[in-house]
Ligand binder design. Structure first.
Ligand code: CMP
Length: 160
């Protein structure tokens, strides 16, 4: 178990498809806490940092030009086991194979145009959040709903 933050980007295709509200709604309804939200055009430099693990892949240039074509919407979410929870809500990379009920499974068909990015692990989450958010753009507050979303022993762990 870990209580931490994760990064989400709604990609250009998600913005064009009008899915920002739907995506935020799903995370909110799940019981996650929004701690950062912004719209931005990703620079080539930011995208090179973001996708460093794909820098030698054949699709790297195309991926960066797609991701920098129009703005994206970046979010930071917090919660108990938030990294795997968000990845499950997002679904597997290939939209047409993603599980029904997941965001990609319900709304996507493509591999590249897969609507949304979610951090793979806690280390990536920390790195990715720092690429798009300054410290002042990330917020600490008590979500009063946590009292009915989590049991007391889970809340104790979250506060640590
Ligand atoms: P994501 O898992 O968020 O991060 C890497 C992205 O690269 C992935 O989503 C897809 O959007 C994209 N991607 C993965 N495989 C390919 C591919 N073979 N061709 C083009 N884009 C890809």
């Amino acid at each position: 178990m870990e209580s931490s933050r994760t990064a989400v980007l709604v990609k250009p295709d998600g913005l064009q498809r009008g899915l920002i509200g739907e995506i935020i709604n799903r995370f909110e309804k799940k019981g996650l806490k929004l701690v950062g939200l912004k719209m931005l055009l990703m620079s080539d430099e930011k995208l090179s940092d973001w996708y460093v693990e794909h820098k030698d892949k054949s699709f790297f240039g195309e991926l960066k030009s797609f991701m920098g074509s129009i703005p994206i919407v970046a979010m930071a979410w917090e919660g108990y086991d938030v990294v795997p929870v968000v990845r499950k809500l997002v679904g597997t990379t290939l939209g047409r194979a993603a599980e029904a009920g997941s965001i990609r499974g319900d709304f996507g068909m493509s591999q590249q145009y897969n609507l949304i990015h979610a951090s793979s692990n806690a280390t990536d989450a920390e790195r990715e959040i720092a690429i798009v958010f300054s410290k002042a753009e990330l917020f600490n507050y008590t979500n009063v709903m946590d009292a009915v979303i989590y049991a007391d022993y889970e809340l104790d762990t979250l506060k640590k």
